[in-house]
Design a protein. Sequence first.
Length: 306
Amino acid sequence: MGGFTHKLFLWCIIMGMAAPGLSERVWAGPDSRRVLVDQTGRPVDLPADPQRVIALAPSIVEIIYVLKCENRLKGVTAYSDFPEEARQLPQVGNYINPDIEKIVALDPDLCLAVKEGNPKEAVLRLESLKIPVYAVNPKSLDGIIASVLEIGGLLNAAETADRAAKQMRSRIEVVQKRVEESAVKPKVFFQIGISPIVSAGCNTFINELILTAGGVNLAGGYPSYPRFSVEQVLSLRPDIIVITTMEQAEGGKDTNPNSQWGQWPQIPAVKNNRVFVVDSNTFDRPTPRLIEGLELLARIIHPELF
């Protein structure tokens, strides 16, 4: 770090100021390294230009490919299946239980983690072995964009990250402006899996997608991922039912929604043939692909506008 930058950093500390963006969490360090505070508030001492990166969640893998930094990617966790070539990379366990020995054997100079999923104990263990772990914690569409920009900054791919962020914002704005044309907000029941019946409550990506796409989330008044009985769904009388199943995403099976809901024609969604099965991977990972999920929901909820 040059002398001027070092003095600027000290001045910001003294005055309680910070520069905008990723740089506002930059601390002084040797020329070949930098100390950043990640999205969990932890200071992380990492190389200025990481070359051997391990992604500790499938969502991180997708973001690295979006940034065109896959040449730096040396290891991934299980279910890192998008894009297809990510399947060929060495695996280091799953993101809930990463294999520390395999990670060490790959000699990474940086691990990228997610706060919700990767266990804190694994992060502390890696740090004790002098392997830096930088964590992101996206909670919304804006949070995903921020994570793309932040990881882009870490991997010296800021321009690519900025382009990706602008494209994401642009696509979100297109949906927002289009749905403003309709005063109707159909009631949506988003079902995760077939049995038990689980939906997505507030503080979830799916809730944000439904609202942004111009619908009303019938589970929006519940926390996280509530369970429902058939009787409860019948009483909610959804205009639209969207079903996402792991069977369709992983096993290639075509789940017929009528096998579960077709026997209840009193539900408006069934009566009007508005029960849909969608790919779970489009909705369950905090990555730029979530914008595809938003666009799909918008077409489902407001076909007259798209």
